[in-house]
Design a protein around this ligand. Sequence first.
Ligand code: TXA
Ligand code: MG
Length: 340
Amino acid sequence: MITEKLEIKGENYEKGILRAAEILKKGGIAAIPTETVYGLAASAYFETSIKAVFAAKGRPQDNPLIVHISDMQMLKSVARDIPEAAYKCAESFWPGPFTMVLKRAEGIAPCVSAGLDTVAVRMPSDKTAHDIIAASGLPLAAPSANTSGAPSPTTAAHVIADLDGKIDAVVMGADCTVGVESTVLSLCTEHPRLLRPGAVTAEQLRELFDDLVVDKAILAQPEKGARVSSPGMKYKHYAPKTEAYLVSGESGAFADFVNSKQNAAALCFSEDADGLSCKKIIYGTAADEATLARNVFSALRRADELGAEVLYIHAPSKQGVGLAVYNRLIRAAAFRVIEL
Ligand code: TXA
Ligand code: MG
């Protein structure tokens, strides 16, 4: 298959959006930018298109997708029995990097939810994403547009590296501004439950829900065979090919530790750089979690180019969006954590 690269810069914008919408309406699958990461979109109504999304990514069949909407009217065609709490969340966090799990409406292809009776829904704030959904008039199921297991794509080039020739089109939009996938909150559990941390933080959610539950799978490795609330949590994720370790400690201790190792490379903060004698990639400064989030996936993609045997990743704080970055990195490191 030849993957169309849809340019949307300047005067090409309208044409590119309409072409993407046309492909999706005909049942095709197209990668689109969003504020979080690029998504691989298909109509949430078309079973065959959804199956093509799973196939292109090599995604396990039991890992459900997020459905993207452009306005509140569309929510009613995706979810049913919508609780008051959902409207409260929508008012605070939509459009934006926030997903809620609700009861699935009739009409949405069951394979979107991997057979669950719930559905994850998000209204992105990115203008391009919004315009494509609105132009197609369809709720769009879209997982991150990477090969399953690889770091999520935050640029059109990342999507092409993983999926060129396997999908109908890539919308050549701008780099993603948030950089980590949306916060996922379940409203189908006894208490609102944070399933995946993102740029809408646990602290912000606690302001709305004093009974918020933070799923323990966010920071811990699920036990083999255990039932998990968010199926995506149990898979190997975001991993570079180089064996990676997540290392907590202050800058000097991190540098001393890494410098004592053979054939090592570091994914580190700018303040660590001078002290390190090995090859390194800087992903921001420790105090600025939003920048760490924006850079973390492209840094993980470049890590293998350093040619080291082991990669030591300086762990971010778990405050604010730092929790989301930590959650992705602990998976990239296969839960190998070193506390200095
Ligand atoms: O920011 C994002 O959310 C990006 C962009 C493209 O919107 N999408 C994304 O999709 O990250 P994906 O498929 O890579 O991650 C979806 C996550 C998975 O962890 C999945 O298990 C969870 O959402 N999820 C989806 N539907 C669910 C459901 N019905 N119940 C529980 N978890 C669900
Ligand atoms: Mg993903």
